[in-house]
Design a protein around this ligand. Structure first.
Ligand SMILES: [Zn+2]
Length: 276
């Protein structure tokens, strides 16, 4: 799970990077073109829209596609998975008023559609089925995590593309980690009811009044429950609070957003790649 710094800082998963001829993927950070600028990719008013669009454009250029191939969603902390078709390409890319409105996870088997899960403590999760050439992305906050949105993505890919869970390659991105993600009674009661006690997802540290909820383990268990092999799941293991200099964190008061993105590359008729 390397952190890469060239003209901007980003994260790649080793397991997904093995398929670089089939997919493009990255996790952006708050470190952008120059260190003076916050590299937010969210059209939420934190940065002027023009700066956000410049940042999105920079990412697209860097990873070899056109910014009109992005698809962004409003994200509503739900568990709806939406299949993205070529007609939806570009929705939310330049204007948040036409972003996808009701979904927090997206799947497609069409090339040149860049799915993006925006985050600032919530967990961005990326999926790739190399057998059926299909991808997915999910935004999993605590609500999406306890309602098992990750499992919904796996089921949707099985239903829509014939995916076998054992083939899926998954990357779990930076988020609030089990070191820092303290939760109150409202979250504790839902975690306790949704996950059996043996999962041990609530951790009580002696020096903290509130327990922490392990979002990473909860999503790993959820994926394993539906048949994704543990060895196919890579955890970035980067806490957005501990690494607040690299990632936006709502708990730290940030309004910026970073993103986990994945896109299928297109083959030309001769089988070689149009986009490298
Ligand atoms: Zn931490």
């Amino acid at each position: 799970m390397p952190l890469v710094y060239d003209d901007l800082l980003y994260v790649k998963f080793n397991n997904l990077a093995q398929y670089k001829t089939e997919i493009t993927h990255f996790i952006s950070t708050r470190i952008g073109i120059n260190d003076e600028t916050e590299f937010s990719i969210g059209l939420n008013g934190y940065l002027p829209d023009s700066e956000v669009l410049r940042n999105r454009n920079h990412l697209a250029q860097k990873f070899g596609f056109h910014p009109s191939e992005f698809v962004f969603a409003e994200q509503v902390h739900g568990i709806t998975v939406e299949r993205v078709t070529p007609l939806m390409r570009g929705l939310g890319a330049f204007d948040k008023t036409n972003a996808l409105q009701y979904s927090d996870a997206w799947i497609t088997n069409h090339p040149n559609i860049c799915l993006v899960a925006q985050a600032a403590d919530c967990v961005p999760i990326l999926f790739f089925d190399p057998v059926h050439r299909a991808i997915g992305a999910a935004h999993a906050g605590w609500k999406g995590t306890v309602k098992r949105i990750a499992a919904n993505v796996v089921r949707a890919m099985c239903d829509e593309f014939g995916t076998q869970p054992s083939d899926l390659i998954v990357g779990i991105g930076p988020s609030a980690g089990p070191c820092c993600y303290e939760v109150g009674d409202d979250v504790i009661s839902v975690v306790e009811s949704e996950f059996p006690k043996e999962y041990e997802l609530l951790i009580h540290y002696p020096d903290q009044q509130k327990p922490v909820f392990d979002l990473w383990r909860a999503n790993i268990y959820t994926l394993m429950e539906v048949g994704v092999p543990e060895n196919n799941i890579e955890l970035a293991g980067l806490c957005t609070l501990c690494n607040n200099h690299l990632f936006f964190s709502a708990r730290c008061g940030d309004r910026g957003r970073f993103g986990g993105a994945i896109m299928l590359k297109a083959d030309n008729p001769n089988g070689s790649l149009l986009i490298s």
